[in-house]
Design a protein around this ligand. Structure first.
Ligand SMILES: *Cc1c(COP(=O)(O)O)cnc(C)c1O
Length: 560
């Protein structure tokens, strides 16, 4: 008999193990950290995702930064256990059998959260259907919609098939899983013996659903033509109710999730405001993202915290006590992390970075609104800063989505700047950014740079990983940084907290802050710099973690 968890967490991607390429970036890392904290806090939860047997992709970069992709297959049996459960779906008029693989995530106190990975690669399925759970964010619109049927509808049925009959809350981590609400509606109607969608049935589904929206960027919101929806899903009463699953004549997963959830939230206070405007929904709440502190603290910081703040792994708020860790110890732990990063840079690129030079880290998905090239907006200026104010070196990483041509062009632009500035500012671009590289870079640089175009960065979490390792951020005031930035206390801001499309002005603000404040602090006032590092732990690691975040979901969304 299965234990009976009450929260079912649905996510298209999840980062559980660096060797399982079942995630692409921030959304999947957040899902993994959410499940880890649920296990720590003994929140009764089960997670549902797709298997992604061929992974996201391996990124190859040539000399000029041209990106090519290769599938990232992995040996499922090494990491997951097959369950005997099977469910059947009808997709495009064909029967598709789905199986589930299982892995348990164990919390600090031994509680476990199972994660179910749905898989359609079964011998009885038609060949194209066997591939439906192969590629994360691969294929065309039809492929994506089929995947969302497997996740949403297949997920609800699979939970029942493996014995979870009393799910109290279905949490949609982004709109990809919104079709779970269609399945819940269908089941509710059939239980009530209704042939039509009733207000009662809608209310019953809403009571059980929670939705977290993750981005103000249009590409992050899935919409599908109704013809395609009918072709893939067949006739479905719920889809024909005007304005329930549709918006402006299209199947819209964000609006579907909004309409069918009793609790909806954005992922930072600023993002909550932006989303309230975007969807005209005054009740939309905000729960700021976090990171799983014990996962993202480098070994040197884990042992430092173990010595000074025993219990920090289950009580992240006590990281405030880092205020009493001697600054020299923080500096020493940081230098160990930095050494580890520089060794990796050396072995991977042959470039010898210097352990005493201010090292800036920038790693995230390469896409236009994140502006990976803002730092080299004016190469002559950057060169002058490095020559006259203080030496700099930069570690870059980030994949562009295979269809994001602009993102790919930006990776090439960064490579051209790296070559052009080679003599004065040493910069490297590490290929294949993933969880493991994320750990190394966020802990090993001296300054974490973030330059998105406000208000597009919903939250951002890599700066939180840096904070756990005492690395201050230098960032545009967007996403979590609006809450996390204490100027000269936890890091530094770039520009003002308002929407900006003025690249020139933002670049200017970035250069001035480096020139006037950050570089002088690093070289001329190391006592102050290490206080800012400590401030990042005291004020930010203690708050921007998934333990605090999970408490907020529990009290506001799950058991409210
Ligand atoms: C943390 C992480 C991200 C998300 O970082 P952002 O700051 O939200 O861009 C993306 N990819 C990987 C591999 C990560 O570890």
């Amino acid at each position: 008999m299965e234990p009976r968890p009450t929260v079912a967490y649905f996510t298209m991607e999840i980062a559980l193990d660096p060797r399982m390429p079942t995630y692409s970036g921030g959304l999947g890392v957040l899902a993994g950290d959410t499940v880890r904290s649920a296990a720590d806090l003994r929140v009764p939860m089960v997670a549902v995702t797709l298997l992604h047997r061929r992974g996201y992709f391996v990124q190859h970069l040539d000399e000029s930064g041209h990106q090519t992709e290769e599938p990232a297959p992995w040996t499922v049996e090494e990491f997951l256990e097959e369950t005997p459960a099977r469910v059947t779906l009808t997709i495009k008029g064909r029967e598709v059998a789905v199986r589930a693989w299982r892995r348990e995530v164990e919390g600090v106190g031994g509680a476990r959260v199972p994660v179910l990975f749905l898989d359609t690669d079964l011998p009885g399925n038609a060949p194209p259907d066997r591939e439906l759970t192969h590629y994360l964010y691969g294929g065309d619109r039809r492929y994506r919609l089929c995947q969302e049927v497997v996740l949403g509808v297949g997920g609800v049925r699979m939970l029942q098939a493996v014995g979870y009959h009393d799910i109290a809350r279905y949490h949609m981590n982004e709109g990809h899983a919104a079709l779970l609400a269609a399945e819940l509606l269908r089941q509710t109607m059939s239980m009530q013996g209704e042939a039509k969608v009733t207000e009662d049935a809608i209310a019953a589904v809403r009571r059980r659903c929670v939705f977290t929206t993750h981005t103000p960027v249009p590409a992050g919101h899935d919409v599908f033509a109704m013809d395609l929806a009918r072709e893939v899903l067949g006739r479905h009463d719920a889809l024909e109710v005007s304005g329930l699953f549709t918006h402006e004549g299209l199947l819209n997963m964000t609006y579907a999730a909004l309409n069918l959830s009793h609790y909806v939230n954005g992922v930072a206070k600023r993002h909550g405001e932006v989303s309230r405007k975007m969807f005209g929904s005054s009740s939309l709440d905000a729960i700021t993202n976090g990171v799983h502190a014990a996962t993202w603290a480098a070994p040197a910081f884990r042992s430092l915290f173990d010595r000074y703040i025993p219990g920090w792994r289950v009580d992240n708020a006590s990281l405030r006590f880092a205020v009493h860790i001697p600054p020299d110890e923080i500096r020493a732990a940081h230098q160990r992390c930095k050494r580890e990063l520089l060794d990796r840079v050396k072995s991977q690129t042959g470039v010898d970075l210097d352990a005493d030079t201010l090292t800036i880290g920038y790693a995230r998905r390469a896409t236009a609104y994140k502006r990976p090239n803002l730092l080299m907006h004016d190469p002559a200026r950057l060169r002058r800063i490095a020559e006259r104010v203080g030496k700099l070196q930069v570690v870059y990483a980030g994949k562009a989505h295979p269809n994001d041509q602009e993102g790919k062009r930006l990776v090439e632009e960064v490579h051209r700047a790296i070559a052009a500035l080679r003599d004065t500012v040493r910069m490297v671009y590490l290929p294949n950014y993933d969880m493991e590289l994320g750990r190394l870079i966020t802990a090993g640089c001296d300054l974490w740079l973030n330059t998105p175009e406000p208000p597009m960065e919903a939250s951002g979490t890599s700066g939180m990983k840096a904070a756990v390792n005492g690395v201050p951020s230098l960032s545009v005031l967007d996403g979590w940084w609006v809450e996390g930035c204490i100027e000269d206390g936890t890091g530094w801001s770039i520009g003002e907290a308002k929407d900006s499309h003025d690249r020139q002005r933002d670049a200017e603000a970035l250069y001035s802050k480096l020139e006037d404040t950050v570089i002088p602090a690093y070289y001329d006032n190391p006592e102050h710099y290490v206080r800012v590092m400590q401030g990042a732990i005291v004020a930010n690691a203690s708050y921007f973690n998934t333990e605090r975040m999970m408490y907020q979901y529990v009290t506001r969304a799950y058991f409210s």
